[in-house]
Design a protein around this ligand. Structure first.
Ligand code: GH3
Ligand code: MG
Ligand code: MG
Ligand code: MG
Length: 296
C-alpha cells in the first residue's frame, strides 16, 4: 500500500510518515501539489491512499483534492484530509470535494493508523472488484471488456511511439468445438477451454495480452512485425495442436484457426473494432479453407 503525504510542513510530514510506516505501509512525501501530481502520475508509485493537508500555499488541500478526483484514475485513491482547525464548515467542504475522511491536527497516532486501515479495506475491496470485472471466470484470462481496454492502451502507445514498431491483433477460434461438447459433454468442453487458455498464455510473453473474447474465441495482442507475427502464429497453432488433451480415459485432439492483422503506426486512426473485424474476416477464410491454420 503506497500512502502519499502532501503537506508543506516538513515536521508534520515526518510525523505522519512515521505512522504510515508503523502501519506497515509505504510512505511517499510531497511538499506541494506539483510534487504530488508527479508521484501520482508515476505508474510505479501511484498511491492507493493520499493524506492531504488543507493549509498549503498555492494549491490548497481542497483544490488538490478536487484535482485528484478530476483525474479519474483507474483506481480511485482513498483521500484523508488533515487540518489544524475545523472552522467555517471545513469538514463538510472537504467531504464535498471528494475527501473520504477528515482529521484534525494534532494527529493521534493510533487513531490515524486505524483510519489508514479503513482506507486500506476500501482500496482492497475496490481492487478485488476491478480484478473481477476484468477476468474471465473460467479461464482466468482477461475478459472481452478488459481485452478491448488493453488493446486501446496498446494502440495509444503505438500512436505515440516514434520507432517504426508494429503490433499484431489475433482472433483465434477453436475448431469444431461444438463436437467436443456434443461428444464428451460441457464439463470436458470447459476443461478444454481452460487448457487452451493455458497453452495460449504459455506461448506469449507476460506483457502481451491474451483474452477470452467469447465462448471459444480468443484475442491475442502482441508487439510484432509481419515476420514476428508469422512466428507467433506458427507457435500458437503448434502449441494448441501438438499434443492431445487428456482427461482420465479420454484423449482429445484440438486445433485452432487464427486470423491476424498487423497494425502500423499510421493505421492507429482506426478503431480496435475495425482491426478485430479484419482479423475475424481472415479467420473466416481459414475456417473455409479447412481450419487448423492461420492467415495474416
Ligand atoms: P468452427 O470450427 O466453425 O468454429 O465450429 P465450432 O463447433 O467450434 O463453432 P460453433 O460456433 O458452432 O460452436 C461453438 C460452441 O462453443 C457452441 C457453444 O455451446 C460452445 N461454448 C461456448 N461457450 C462455452 C463454454 O463456456 N463452455 C463450453 N463447454 N462450451 C461453450
Ligand atoms: Mg500546511
Ligand atoms: Mg469454433
Ligand atoms: Mg466461434
Amino acid at each position: 500500500m503506497h500512502v502519499l503525504i502532501v503537506d508543506d510542513n516538513e515536521i508534520d510530514c515526518i510525523t505522519i510518515s512515521s505512522f504510515v510506516q508503523k502501519a506497515g505501509m509505504n510512505a511517499l512525501i510531497a511538499n506541494n501539489a506539483t510534487q504530488a501530481f508527479e508521484i501520482i502520475s508515476n505508474r510505479d508509485t501511484t498511491p492507493e491512499i493520499i493524506v492531504v493537508d488543507w493549509m498549503m500555499p498555492e494549491v490548497n488541500g481542497l483544490e488538490l483534492c478536487q484535482k485528484i478526483r478530476a483525474l479519474n484514475l483507474s483506481l480511485t485513491p482513498y483521500i484523508i484530509m488533515i487540518t489544524s482547525n475545523s472552522l467555517g464548515q471545513i469538514e463538510r467542504k472537504a467531504l464535498d470535494v471528494g475527501a473520504d475522511d477528515f482529521i484534525e491536527k494534532p494527529i493521534h497516532g493510533a487513531v490515524f493508523i486505524a483510519r489508514l486501515r479503513v482506507g486500506e479495506r476500501i482500496v482492497k475491496m475496490q481492487q478485488k472488484l476491478l480484478s473481477l470485472a476484468d477476468t474471465d471466470e473460467l479461464t482466468s484470462l482477461l475478459n472481452r471488456r478488459a481485452a478491448i481496454k488493453a488493446c486501446e492502451t496498446h494502440l495509444a502507445r503505438l500512436a505515440r511511439s516514434d520507432k517504426s514498431t508494429s503490433h499484431c491483433l489475433i482472433i483465434a477460434d477453436i475448431d469444431f468445438f461444438k463436437q467436443i461438447n456434443d461428444t464428451y459433454g460441457h464439463l470436458i468442453g470447459d476443461r478444454v477451454l481452460i487448457d487452451v487458455s493455458n497453452r495460449i498464455r504459455n506461448s506469449i510473453r507476460p506483457f502481451e495480452t491474451a483474452a477470452r473474447f467469447g465462448g471459444e474465441e480468443f484475442l491475442i495482442y502482441c508487439e510484432a512485425t509481419v515476420e514476428e507475427a508469422d512466428i507467433i502464429l506458427r507457435r500458437l497453432r503448434q502449441a494448441i495442436a501438438s499434443s492431445e488433451y487428456s482427461y482420465n480415459n479420454i484423449s482429445i485432439n484440438v486445433t485452432m484457426s487464427f486470423g491476424c492483422v498487423v497494425i502500423n503506426k499510421h493505421d492507429t486512426k482506426h478503431t480496435i473494432n475495425e482491426f478485430i473485424k479484419k482479423a475475424d474476416d481472415l479467420l473466416y477464410e481459414v475456417k473455409n479453407d479447412g481450419r487448423n491454420n492461420y492467415k495474416l
